[in-house]
Design a binder for this molecule. Structure first.
Ligand SMILES: Cc1cc2nc3c(=O)[nH]c(=O)nc-3n(C[C@H](O)[C@H](O)[C@H](O)COP(=O)(O)OP(=O)(O)OC[C@H]3O[C@@H](n4cnc5c(N)ncnc54)[C@H](O)[C@@H]3O)c2cc1C
Ligand SMILES: *[C@@H]1O[C@H](CO)[C@@H](O)[C@H](O)[C@H]1NC(C)=O
Ligand SMILES: CC(=O)N[C@H]1CO[C@H](CO)[C@@H](O)[C@@H]1O
Length: 426
């Protein structure tokens, strides 16, 4: 079983260099593999327009720290989220009141681009090949190697890269997944999400932020959910004087152009957003939404859990394996966990038992992510006042104590579960 250690290192080709892809690079390098990551973007994202805030759970924090040269860096680049609070807003009377408050929450808030940079900077600079657009792959007849074709965008050349394993980290619209499951369709959630980050490090927004902090006194350590009739928003602070907000709005499925779930927005749409914010939210929040430059609009999808997430020597991780809505604050957590578990399984079984390693990975991750995706879907439906089997549509103004308890993040299945493969001392 240890034979390969004396011969060449096994090699993985990862398609997609976002959070899942670079997490995978860390986990597999730690497991003794060579890794090359193909990413179609031409350069590392810096203050990317689609990046905003995300929440990291304790286990994801711990895993990421093991990948960084200096574990303190993660702590220093994030803010605590020690409180999970749900509150109701009456948009007419402009008042809010608390529905639930969990003070034992233990997440941290990161800016997407900051987390990305930490992970990327801790890799060797030649691990990610920027401007490499994945085209197709071909598994060898004996199923021990895979040849990946990609286009080098700068030169227009098409090149082949050969590896023992192909890892699809190419996101919720994964083209690698499509080659195995051509009929799989994403499910539109019933709502879109406006998102934005207000940077108040210059003094321009001082007054707005002061007002905001009167209405939301625990910003800086609290994850606030504001629920109104058939809509909700999320608000929390990020390091370096930034406020992250998200507002979910029920609407028919919009038509998307191109291969992205982020929509182009125009000034009319932004004006309508501002008017609606005045009507629905307390003034503190409406002002923050209005003062945010370039808010963006994501169309929310998820997908029925897949029956399998590997085929021969091709494996899915991150959003490619389980497109999800974000209500459980799980999509980054799931990507980091997928990568870490895959690394451990490959280390345990070795490349000569690749099939057993991938079986192991699938049996650890698939039941967990499937439940978490469905839970997140249900949370989204409840908070948006949509129909959920077996209960009346949720209305924050008439919520029962049980309904309020159901809103808490800690109800996520496997909330504090640590897969036992992390116990194996290696
Ligand atoms: C720029 C960006 C900003 C984000 N900001 C946030 C945020 O603020 N908050 C939050 O909660 N989540 C955010 N997300 C989503 C979050 O990172 C993911 O939901 C989660 O981490 C899972 O990521 P993933 O790596 O599986 O998929 P994704 O993040 O979707 O990454 C897929 C990657 O694959 C690449 N790719 C796709 N097709 C090809 C191809 N043919 N060839 C080469 N490369 C290809 C894409 O360019 C992309 O980098 C963001 C994602 C991106 C890409
Ligand atoms: C993190 O912050 C602490 C406290 O401010 C500081 O002492 C430490 O040097 C920082 N570490 C890194 C790696 O930046
Ligand atoms: C602390 C915590 O909630 N971590 C969870 C992150 O998600 C994975 C599954 O995707 C859980 O197993 C962890 O318990």
């Amino acid at each position: 079983m240890k034979g390969w250690q004396n011969s060449r290192k096994p090699k993985a080709v990862v398609v997609g260099g976002s959070i899942a892809g670079i997490s995978c690079a860390h986990a597999l390098i730690e497991a003794g593999w060579d890794v090359v990551v193909l990413e179609k973007s031409c350069a590392p994202p810096s203050g990317s327009p689609t990046g905003a805030g995300l929440g990291l759970d304790p286990l994801a924090q711990k895993i990421i720290q093991t990948w960084l040269r200096n574990p303190q860096l993660l702590h220093n680049s994030t803010l605590p989220l020690t409180i999970d609070q749900n509150q109701a807003t009456d948009g007419e009377k402009k008042i809010s009141w608390t529905l639930t408050r969990d003070e034992n929450f233990n997440f941290r808030a990161a800016y997407w681009t900051d987390l990305y940079s930490l992970l990327h900077n801790a890799l060797q600079s030649d691990t990610v090949l920027w401007g490499h657009y994945f085209l197709s792959f071909c598994i060898s007849d004996d199923k021990t190697s895979v040849t990946v074709k990609c286009k080098v965008l700068e030169t227009g050349d098409t090149i082949d890269i050969v590896g023992d394993l192909l890892i699809a980290a190419d996101g919720c619209l994964s083209s690698i997944r499509k080659s195995f499951l051509p009929d799989l369709k994403l499910r539109y959630s019933g709502y879109t999400a406006w998102r934005g980050v207000l940077d108040f490090s210059n003094n321009k927004h001082a007054e707005a932020v002061l007002d905001l902090k009167k209405a939301y006194p625990d910003l800086g350590k609290c994850l606030y959910f504001d629920l109104s009739s058939r809509t909700h928003s999320v608000i929390y602070e990020l390091l370096n004087q930034r406020i992250n907000w998200i507002w979910y709005i029920n609407q028919p499925e919009p038509e998307l152009k191109g291969n992205s779930v982020t929509m182009k927005v125009n000034s009319d749409m932004i004006e309508q957003l501002h008017e609606a914010a005045e009507k629905v939210w307390v003034p503190g929040l409406a002002t923050i939404i209005k003062e945010t430059k370039e808010p963006f609009l994501n169309v929310m999808y998820d997908c029925e859990p897949l029956k399998q997430i590997f085929w021969d020597n091709v494996v899915l991780i991150g959003d490619a394996a389980h497109p999800t809505t974000p209500h459980g604050l799980r999509s980054t957590n799931m990507s980091v966990l997928d990568a870490a578990v895959l690394g451990k399984c490959l280390q345990k079984w070795g490349v000569e038992n690749l099939n057993l390693a991938l079986e192991d990975y699938q049996s650890i991750r698939l039941p967990v992510t499937s439940k978490q995706v469905l839970h997140s879907r249900r949370m989204g439906c409840i908070k948006q006042g949509l129909n959920v089997a077996g209960r009346r549509p949720f209305d924050p103004r008439m919520a029962t104590p049980q309904e309020c308890d159901d809103l808490q993040q800690k109800n996520m299945p496997f909330f504090t579960d640590v897969p036992s493969i992390f116990d194996v001392t290696t």
